[in-house]
Design a protein around this ligand. Structure first.
Ligand code: MG
Length: 239
């Protein structure tokens, strides 16, 4: 019987390039605004956007962990500032968000991402563990997942232990039988370490790790090395 009982997996910048994905989604959104709500488009591409974002976060501080609802509220404030009436402002904000969200889930996987996910999912239960708002089923990864924990659901973001505990609780296992995989030294590796999970640091850029940085159980520089890293951690458990 396998000693490892759970894999938790970061999504953004672990399976796909999130900056590239968001940039393309923003372009779709801006084009849509230009065509469907020109006064709002003017505001969206101006310096007012940053101020509206800050204002929205002051109104709804808890939305820091729920990026979809945060974006809808920001877009609503953009529409109001563009003088749309309340109901129309809400409707336009939702329609604009849908355009963004379609692009947000049109992800460009890193090489080897789906093969790695498929192999892991045949051996272990895999849970997504994300601070972002990607929709697992719309990105196409849900066939490989037993569960998905998001910061929007938990009301806190990694490295907060409640994120990791939510996955452990749902899977019904404890930290020493779990490996967390992610690209971010603070959110993923320090977070996993703090609750007693093993970790694989996905370091595709081959960044240097400072002595003060948390140290992962294993490090990989390409996704095709993840399965071997997880297998090695499992072997160390049974030793
Ligand atoms: Mg990440």
């Amino acid at each position: 019987m396998s000693r490892l009982q759970l894999i938790t997996l970061d999504l953004d910048n672990t399976l796909w390039d999130v900056e590239k994905t968001i940039r393309a989604a923003e372009q779709d959104l801006i084009f849509w605004l230009q065509t469907n709500a020109e006064p709002a488009h003017q505001i969206y591409v101006s310096n007012d956007l940053l101020e509206l974002r800050e204002q929205t976060l002051r109104q709804h501080p808890n939305l820091r962990h729920d990026l979809s609802r945060l974006r809808i509220e920001i877009l609503s404030n953009v529409m109001r500032k563009a003088q749309y009436k309340e109901q129309e402002a809400r409707n336009l904000a939702k329609a604009a968000f849908e355009v963004f969200f379609a692009g947000r889930n049109r992800v460009a996987f890193f090489p080897g991402a789906l093969e790695m996910l498929k192999t892991l999912s045949e051996r272990y239960p895999v849970y997504a563990l994300t601070n972002g708002n990607a929709d697992a089923s719309r990105t196409g990864i849900s066939p490989f997942l037993k569960g998905a924990i998001s910061s929007a659901l938990v009301g806190a973001s990694k490295p907060d232990p409640s994120m990791f505990h939510a996955a452990l609780n749902q899977a019904g296992t404890s930290a020493q039988y779990c490996v967390h995989i992610g690209d971010h030294l603070h959110d993923d590796i320090r977070g996993a370490d703090a609750v007693g999970m093993h970790s694989v640091w996905v370091n595709l850029q081959q960044s240097e790790r400072a002595d003060s940085d948390p140290s992962p159980t294993r490090e990989v520089n390409q996704l095709s090395d993840i399965v071997a890293a997880v297998t090695a951690i499992e072997a160390s458990l049974s030793a």
